[in-house]
Design a protein around this ligand. Structure first.
Ligand SMILES: Cc1cc2nc3c(=O)[nH]c(=O)nc-3n(C[C@H](O)[C@H](O)[C@H](O)COP(=O)(O)O)c2cc1C
Length: 206
């Protein structure tokens, strides 16, 4: 099994990137033989979507090609959505202009909200409602929200955050184990004739 982990943070030293690495190590520990592909959408990773994706002039298609190749080799994807001004960051919204059904279609998705304080639910709601129509990722019902992100899932947790940290670690392991089951189950859906032969006219959710 190969799991993509996409961090939506704009900040090279942001918490979402660190949490992406933490989740990658948990995936590899919990699932024997599992591989991960970690994509951090820091400022320079992907240009704003342009019409080169439709065969016209631009730089987007070339920039996205190696990412598409990696995503296509994955069975499922974890989408990490930090909360910026009560919404998901522009880099993550931009990524979903690129991602297609060939990359993520009918693959299990796990959403992870990240907040510097006690928020983190808005980007989850936004991703659930506005990121799956065309790429057809299948978000599982449970999601994770990492609050006080700078204080947890690290080695030197302060006393005030030890309880939150322990809860979060246990919750992550449980949720990842359920996620692996969805990832495996949806292989069957992707291999089905009805999905393989989906008419082009239905490809964009009409
Ligand atoms: C532009 C910007 C806006 C932010 N707005 C919010 C917010 O509305 N709610 C919140 O809980 N945290 C907010 N934060 C803090 C982030 O949630 C915090 O940095 C967290 O670690 C996730 O972002 P990161 O992965 O870039 O570090 C904001 C951070 C930035 C950079």
């Amino acid at each position: 099994m190969k799991i993509a982990i996409i961090s939506g943070s704009h900040r090279p030293s942001g918490q979402s990137g660190r949490i992406a690495d933490f989740l990658a190590s948990r995936v590899e520990s919990l699932k024997t033989g599992a591989q991960t592909y970690v994509l951090k959408l820091t400022h320079d990773m992907l240009p704003l979507w342009d019409e080169s994706m439709w065969g016209q002039e631009g730089q987007a298609k070339e920039a996205y090609a190696p990412i598409a190749k990696e995503l296509q080799s994955c069975d499922a994807a974890i989408v990490i959505a930090p909360e910026y001004n009560g919404t998901a960051p522009a880099a993550l919204k931009n990524f979903f202009h690129y991602a297609s059904g060939s990359d993520l279609g009918h693959k299990a998705g796990l959403l992870v909200g990240v907040s510097g304080s006690i928020n983190g639910a808005y980007p989850i709601a936004e991703m659930r409602s506005h990121s799956s129509k065309n790429c057809k990722i299948c978000y599982m019902p449970d999601h994770l929200v990492v609050r006080h992100a700078a204080e947890v899932l690290k080695d030197d947790v302060k006393d005030d955050f030890k309880e939150d940290d322990a809860y979060m670690r246990e919750r992550i392991d449980y949720t990842l184990n359920v996620f692996f089951e969805y990832a495996e189950a949806l292989n069957k859906v992707r291999e089905s004739e009805v999905v393989k032969n989906t008419p082009q006219k239905y490809a964009f959710g009409q």
